[in-house]
Design a protein around this ligand. Structure first.
Ligand code: ADP
Ligand code: MG
Length: 233
């Protein structure tokens, strides 16, 4: 089976006191291994809600979500375990721990994997090599540029060898040149076989992916292949 994401009739209802708000309506979404998909839509469309469910950070109110063959309708502990094993996160604000150096930040997701210190360091270094940052392993995040911080975050996301890279507005805090470099790196990682879901409000960024899904008012408005993809890489 080569589906990484399989969503069937996903609904998400937020309850606030006596009122309810339906943030996702009957979302059906299949994403195969090796795809590079962007999810785009205006503010309030439901992108963060969808990303939280895809990333196992939140659960749907109803519907079925199978991640890489595993049903996410399970206990909180099991869901955290699935999240840690299967997903690498890349956030707009990097989410690096300021007191830890670059190497320690990248080792962080490996801590839960029961590896020896030596194995952990080897994996983290390999990942840092992948993003071209082995010369900065002792630096603290505050000593890095925005682009370098995002590369550390990408290395951290790659460290566990996840099934899915989930990037939430990864260029949102970067200038346009650095943002382009980050997108180029995602394209390269996709060419190497990584499955990538990129969430953005920026249509220009979204158009860098092979497949573009537009969300609006909590539903999928369109889902199209990017015929320009091979031309833009
Ligand atoms: N925790 C919450 N409680 C109530 N409403 C929420 C909550 N989170 C999001 N919403 C609402 O759901 C809708 C979709 O939000 P969100 O998924 O954050 O959209 P986007 O990321 O596309 O801007 C918005 O109308 C928002 O106000
Ligand atoms: Mg959002």
């Amino acid at each position: 089976m080569d589906l990484v994401i399989e969503m069937k009739n996903i609904n998400k209802i937020y309850k606030m006191g006596n009122s309810e708000y339906k943030a996702l309506s009957d979302v059906n979404l299949n994403i195969k291994k090796g795809e590079f998909v962007s999810i785009v839509g205006p503010s309030g469309a439901g992108k963060s809600t969808l990303m939280n469910i895809i990333g196992c950070l939140d659960v749907a109110t109803s519907g079925r979500y199978i991640l890489d063959g595993e049903d996410t309708d399970c206990s909180d502990n099991k869901l955290s375990e699935i999240r840690n094993r299967k997903i690498g996160f890349i956030f707009q604000n990097y989410n690096l721990l300021p007191k830890m150096n670059v190497l320690e930040n990248v080792e962080l997701p490996l801590i839960y994997q029961g590896l020896s210190n030596k194995e952990m360091k080897e994996k983290a270094l390999k990942s840092l090599e992948r993003v071209g940052l082995t010369s900065h392993i002792k630096h603290k995040p505050s000593e890095l540029s925005g682009g370098q911080k995002q590369r550390v975050a990408i290395a951290r996301a790659l460290a566990t060898g996840p099934e899915l890279l989930l990037a939430d507005e990864p260029t949102g805090a970067l200038d346009s040149k650095t943002g382009k470099e980050v997108i180029e790196m995602l394209k390269e990682l996709n060419r190497e076989g990584n499955t990538i879901v990129l969430i953005t409000h920026d249509r220009e960024i979204a158009q860098q992916a092979k497949r573009i899904i537009t969300v609006k008012d909590g539903y999928i408005e369109s889902d199209e292949l990017n015929l320009e993809y091979s031309k833009v890489i």
